[in-house]
Design a protein around this ligand. Structure first.
Ligand SMILES: [Zn+2]
Length: 340
């Protein structure tokens, strides 16, 4: 028993005025068939050696007991639910509306009621998926379930969360698009490794002056196919499609937006160019020495070419000539590659 404070007041147990201690004790209780232990607070009368709960203590002790039960069963505690709601800056009622639950549901969960497993799963998912939260928020707004003001306030916070998660979503969507390419020859017998892709881009942009997007895409392809020619495996596992300007990795629009990939945008008349640069503190942790040798060889062979020259070189490759437009270029053409 731990004393938190002591105060002289009328003791409702012995009906005398004396120092009444507020104490903390470990209580045990059975809730929904589970024995739980939790820290409870009481007023303690030393004359009668008895405990008394104020209205406030009854509420707090009940919540502590239920949180102990939630922790034991691996459910979110009332504080964790409160934190999810605060993260999206939304009221208890509006959060209930967004989730399509009874309007008092979240208030109950943050106070006295233990959520079921299905609702717990939804709360966890919405906590780590701001994109989904934004969709639900938008629906609630469309159906006039929440005010415009509440919508905008919460949307702002959700967008901040979403930005933080952007990289995660990009990675998921790139890997998802690669699930369609089951044939190992389209990936050069390697599984897609985005960490290696990022290192390749950084390595090339560190060593090659004025590395623009079209040239970068070609240099990635030459590196991967040369490595396949030498070792029977591509470096990155990227799938390259044959486009009019040559090989372009599947998912390249997302790849260039990944954390760790940096470029400056440069205006050329009507067009915007992307000039890649190494990201600060870039380090190699994934690429092997042999893979770096392959990259070095490609840099020495084509690193000095202009965009037009490298596109022309690509157009001369058997791999490109024999692949239908918009189709994946099979790595089996590595044997015909003009670079050894
Ligand atoms: Zn007393």
């Amino acid at each position: 028993m731990k004393t938190l404070k002591s105060e002289k007041k009328l003791c409702l147990l012995c009906m005398e005025e004396h120092e009444v201690e507020t104490v903390e004790v470990i209580d045990h209780e059975v809730f929904k068939g589970e024995e739980v232990s939790f820290t409870a607070q009481y007023d303690y009368c030393s004359a009668t050696e008895d405990f008394l709960e104020s209205e406030e203590m009854i509420k707090a002790n009940s919540l502590a007991m239920k949180d102990a039960y939630r922790e034991k069963l691996g459910l979110l505690t009332s504080n964790e639910i409160h934190d999810i709601r605060k993260k999206y800056d939304i009221s208890q009622k509006d959060f209930s509306e967004v989730l399509g639950w009874g309007r008092a549901t979240i208030t109950r969960y943050e106070n006295h009621q233990v959520q079921d497993r299905a609702h717990d799963d939804v709360l966890r998912k919405i906590s780590c998926d701001p994109k989904w939260f934004i969709e639900k928020l938008h629906e609630a707004k469309e159906q006039d379930k929440i005010s415009e003001k509440a919508y905008l306030k919460s949307l702002h916070e959700a967008n901040e969360q979403y930005k933080k998660k952007k990289n995660h979503y990009l990675i998921d969507s790139i890997y998802a698009s690669y699930a369609d390419y089951e044939d190992p020859i389209t990936r050069g017998n390697s599984d897609l490794n985005l960490k290696k892709v990022i290192e390749m881009i950084n390595y090339l942009s560190e060593k090659v002056n004025s590395l623009h997007k079209v040239k970068l895409m070609k240099m990635l392809w030459f590196s991967d196919i040369l490595n396949f020619k030498r070792k029977g495996q591509s470096i990155s596992g990227l799938v390259y499609n044959a486009l009019p300007m040559g090989a372009v990795p599947e998912g390249y629009e997302q790849i260039v937006l990944l954390d760790g990939v940096q470029f400056d945008t440069i205006q050329y008349g009507e067009n915007i160019g992307y000039k890649f640069k190494p990201s600060p503190g870039f380090e190699i942790t994934e690429l092997t020495d042999e893979e770096i040798q392959t990259l070095e060889h490609i840099i020495s062979e084509v690193g000095h070419l202009t965009t037009d020259e490298i596109v022309h070189k690509m157009h001369e490759e058997e791999a490109y000539k024999h692949t239908a437009c918009n189709s994946p270029i099979p790595y089996s053409f590595a044997k015909d590659l003009t670079i050894d």
